[in-house]
Design a binder for this molecule. Structure first.
Ligand code: MF3
Ligand code: CO
Length: 248
């Protein structure tokens, strides 16, 4: 079922989105060689709770943390823990919060220190694909238009486009209908209308798109070990165009 959110609901989602954006900004500031991923997770949880929110990932199908921290070949759902960040790593931070029953969900990939040009280009291109997807989130378009816009940024560069994980509707649940694939599908999906809220989240890899889940039951990695990047924003479709809810 697709739910169209009222102006009042979107106002609440804007508050949830702001907290998620603040978390990502805080983590970016803390991200440096030697910092532990559990420390980053603690900062995120404290900020969300101080703001009157709830970390949406914690306890979701038993997920243990407030952030997902996915490093290098890890695509999504890396679990914070004793691991420390090292120079040159590609670190994807995914954060989610609930405020007054409404969700915000967003992710950014950061490069710690320096990385080879091809890695920097992967990260910049994945970010650009998110922008292209957001720009297609307008009334009258279909889900397929978002998918095509995202895929078209990856294809000329030969990046892997991860397929088993997709964007999603968002609102009173983190994951709602519809799915938002990062690649063209056979069907065009629903027509976008004002009030529809979506999390758009391209995941690209430098190599093959095949992924597997590690023995921890969560961490999704590229099978070929290639580096991955992930950007996500929660977006409301409006008459005036897409409104990104998860930026400051
Ligand atoms: N942000 C992720 C998504 O878009 C959710 C993290 S999965 C969790 O689907 F289980 F860790 F919550
Ligand atoms: Co998401």
């Amino acid at each position: 079922m697709i739910t169209r959110r009222s102006a009042a609901e979107i106002a609440t989602m804007r508050r949830a989105g702001r907290i998620v954006a603040e978390v990502l900004g805080l983590i970016e500031e803390e991200l440096r060689p030697g910092v532990s991923t559990s420390h980053l997770d603690r900062i995120a949880e404290e900020h969300i709770r101080r703001a009157g929110g709830t970390p949406s990932f914690k306890g979701y199908y038993g997920y243990p943390s407030s952030l997902c921290i996915s490093i290098d070949r890890e695509v999504v759902h890396g679990i914070p823990g004793d691991r420390t960040i090292a120079d040159g790593q590609v670190v994807s931070i995914d954060a989610g919060a609930i405020i007054d029953g409404y969700h915000g969900d967003a992710a950014r990939t950061f490069i710690v220190g320096d990385a080879p040009l091809e890695v920097r280009e992967l990260v910049a291109t994945t970010r650009r694909a998110l922008e292209a997807g957001i720009a297609a989130a307008i009334p009258g378009n279909r889900i397929w238009d978002i998918s095509a816009a995202v895929e078209d940024v990856a294809l000329p560069r030969g990046y892997g486009v991860v397929r088993p994980y997709v964007g999603h509707g968002i609102g009173t649940a983190m994951h709602e209908d519809p799915q938002v694939p990062n690649y063209r599908t056979k069907t065009k999906g629903i027509e976008l209308a004002p009030g529809i809220c979506l999390a758009i989240e391209p995941m690209f890899t430098l190599g093959n798109a095949d992924v597997e889940t590690l023995a921890d039951g969560w961490t999704v990695v590229t099978r070929d070990g290639s580096v991955a990047a992930h950007f996500e924003d929660s977006v409301a479709v409006t008459d005036d165009g897409p409104e990104v809810l998860t930026r400051l």
